[in-house]
Design a protein around this ligand. Structure first.
Ligand SMILES: [Zn+2]
Length: 685
């Protein structure tokens, strides 16, 4: 049902296929007189050398507490709010278009959206929407039935047991193969099942309560519902126990285990893989990457040691979990009370139109994207981006040439990789074909299912075929950007090319400090601790001399230690190893964008001031202002455990004090609170 959504978040969460960068901004069309650097947002009573994050954003932080319907609020959410208004207009215009023919993307968008807004029909249908599938689970009598039902639910996009999807072969990036990946948990991380810390214990207690309430809503008597919730918790805890840690999932070598069907059957013998694949409709099973072998052999054992009746309870739970946001309001509220309130501290549900809009936009991604770019994306933005990327690439090339810790042989490979790095800006050249997807006004739930099955088939059909290099991993209306190590490409959707990231008319310093750092960030992902293990063709291949690899690790360890010591919420701290890739990318982004700005400023007066700031000062201020934002404590706790990105504050204060030019720009003194002696500042890219 939300396979498409799940896939996107999965991609970000797993960070294997794509390294995303979460960003933020304000999407109103920039008027000439609107200053790019918002002086009113700053707190100039704070010294830049003491706390640059608050110097740049202090007043904004004080004046913008997190709204009730959010767990985190900053530039990203401001921009998303504005995007919501634009997308709502697109949906309403599509609905009003009397010339929209049946089967056109306008008809599909309009009907999808209006079926979601028809809350009376959704209330009336209630649990009946999933009754046939609940019955199907009830009819399971044996392990072979169980295997078939797991596969059937996967074709609907209901995530349970594990993930199945298609992806490039890490060691032969021209080819798309089947991928198996650990999953099947209702909580967002294995540690929540296993850790003894008070927050994990609290989450476990609340989760079991939520399970019980959801079973009761589905018609199970309280006593049985309580038993059922313990069964689910018990199975998931056993699955968590054989799951890899988030840190291990960041290691591309550990997660590459290609085998054929016989190899998989030997690894996980209690599960009939041939039946599983044939139920999916998959023919090419000669090459399968098994992300986490220990997990798959572990769950195969569970298939025979846990009674079939208990598996039925587990599958019903996951069907209910995935369906709840789209069923009657009792289910939706119960789902919200755990996944948004308990886990993230959100106070209030978003209004219905925003919820339906985001599902429509995710389910019909490139159809909505097509209308979005027609209406809101100026063609000149693409030209300006090409120019910026070219300058950033030149600057990174120069820096690689001058690196003192890397020898010539490794430099040659690094430069070849950079030269071959592909760029995508705005939207795909070839739009996805939705003609076989049927969407009607009649049922929101059926529409979600149809879109989900369509997406599953589209993904499945790629297996065994050469890779399609025109494909995009994000929709144009997404405020984000990514690097794909297998494609060796950087991608910038239309929605991020707006202030405060991208200014069509502002001075260079601001554009290089904002979107320039984003570009540099994504480029550097090609050379972070994960990305550096892939070569210019997107293959997992070690192109480093042993000395250079050691030097790289020595420098990056400094960054690991710095972030490990970054305290948030009293005793909690950033996980330096988990966030290393993103921190390297932020640091590379700042360094390379700054170098590119110097080239662009060549011959111009560097000390000329705009709004009282020199160009170097505006560069760093633009960067820091992109990261303004407030976060609820529960959300911060969740992110410190789950997110590969550092918190917003750390992305500013954890980075700028490593950059020598920042010290000069703001005249930072050894007596300032965050001053770092030169020998403690790492030099990576
Ligand atoms: Zn990133």
């Amino acid at each position: 049902m939300k396979s498409k959504l799940s896939k996107i978040s999965f991609i970000m969460l797993a960070c294997l296929i794509i390294s995303g960068i979460m960003f933020s901004c304000k999407n109103k069309v920039m008027k000439q007189e609107d200053p790019a650097i918002k002086i009113a947002n700053m707190d100039t009573t704070v010294k830049p050398g003491d706390d640059f994050f608050r110097y740049a954003n202090g007043n904004w932080l004080k004046n913008n507490p997190v709204p009730a319907e959010y767990s985190i609020y900053g530039t990203f959410e401001e921009l998303r709010e504005n995007n919501n208004k634009q997308l709502r207009q697109i949906m309403e215009e599509a609905a009003a278009d009397k010339n929209a023919t049946a089967g056109s993307i306008k008809q599909k968008i309009a009907d999808f959206y209006s079926s979601g807004m028809d809350s009376a029909a959704i209330e009336k249908t209630g649990i009946k929407a999933i009754q046939a599938d609940l019955d199907k689970i009830d009819a399971i009598k044996s392990v072979p039935d169980l295997v078939k039902t797991i596969a059937y639910l996967h074709t609907l996009g209901i995530n349970q047991m594990f993930y199945f999807f298609s992806g490039q072969d890490d060691k032969n990036s021209e080819k798309v193969i089947a991928q198996l990946y650990q999953g099947g948990l209702g909580l967002p991380d294995r540690d929540y099942y296993l850790s003894k810390d008070p927050r994990s214990q609290e989450i476990r207690t609340e989760y079991v309560k939520h399970l019980g309430k959801t079973f009761e809503l589905s018609g199970v008597q309280k006593e049985q519902a309580d038993k059922d919730s313990k069964i689910v918790m018990d199975i998931e805890t056993k699955m968590a126990d054989v799951s890899s840690t988030r840190l291990d999932l960041r290691d591309p070598v550990k997660n590459y285990n290609k085998m054929d069907l016989a190899g998989l059957q030997k690894l996980a013998p209690q599960f009939d893989w041939s039946t599983y694949f044939s139920t999916l409709g998959l023919k090419a099973t000669d090459e399968i990457n098994v992300g986490q072998p220990k997990f798959f052999s572990g769950i195969a054992k569970l298939v025979t040691t846990v009674p079939v009746d208990q598996w039925k309870t587990y599958l019903k739970w996951h069907l209910l979990r995935e369906a709840s946001p789209f069923l009657s309001s009792a289910f939706e509220k119960e789902h919200f009370s755990f996944y948004s309130v308990v886990l993230s501290g959100i106070k209030e549900m978003k209004p219905r139109w925003k919820r339906v809009l985001s599902i429509t936009s995710a389910s019909l991604g490139e159809a909505v994207g097509q209308l979005y770019v027609e209406k809101y994306f100026p063609a000149e933005a693409k030209k300006r981006m090409l120019e910026l990327v070219t300058n950033l690439k030149d600057a990174l090339k120069d820096r690689i040439e001058k690196l003192s810790w890397m020898c010539d042989a490794t430099k040659k490979e690094a430069e070849a990789k950079l030269a071959k790095m592909n760029l995508k800006v705005g939207y795909p050249d070839k739009w996805r074909d939705y003609s076989s997807l049927k969407i009607t006004k009649d049922s929101y739930f059926q529409n979600i299912m149809a879109a989900s099955q369509f997406e599953f088939q589209r993904d499945l059909n790629k297996i065994g075929k050469p890779v399609d290099r025109t494909e995009w991993g994000m929709t144009p209306q997404t405020v984000n950007a990514y690097y794909s190590p297998n494609m060796n490409e950087i991608v910038f959707p239309a929605a991020i090319l707006q202030p405060p990231f991208f200014f069509m008319n502002a001075d260079d310093a601001v554009n290089y400090g904002a979107i320039g750092v984003v570009i540099g960030h994504e480029m550097t992902h090609g050379f972070d601790d994960q990305g550096r293990q892939f070569d210019k063709d997107g293959n997992l291949r070690d192109w480093w001399t042993p000395e250079d690899a050691t030097n790289f690790e020595k420098q990056t360890q400094v960054l690991v230690d710095q972030f490990d010591n970054y305290k948030m919420l009293d005793s909690l701290h950033v996980d330096g190893k988990l966030t290393l890739g993103e921190n390297i990318a932020d640091m590379g982004g700042l360094t390379v964008a700054y170098a590119a700005l110097q080239k662009a400023m060549n011959g111009k007066d560097q000390n000329a001031k705009i709004d009282g700031f020199t160009s170097d000062q505006r560069f760093f201020l633009a960067y820091a202002q992109v990261w303004r934002g407030n976060t609820r404590d529960k959300e911060l706790m969740r992110r410190l455990k789950e997110d590969v990105h550092s918190p917003k504050e750390a992305r500013v204060n954890g980075q700028v004090y490593n950059i020598p030019e920042f010290y000069k720009a703001f005249n930072i003194k050894p007596t300032d609170k965050n001053y770092k002696p030169e020998n403690l500042r790492p030099v990576i890219w």
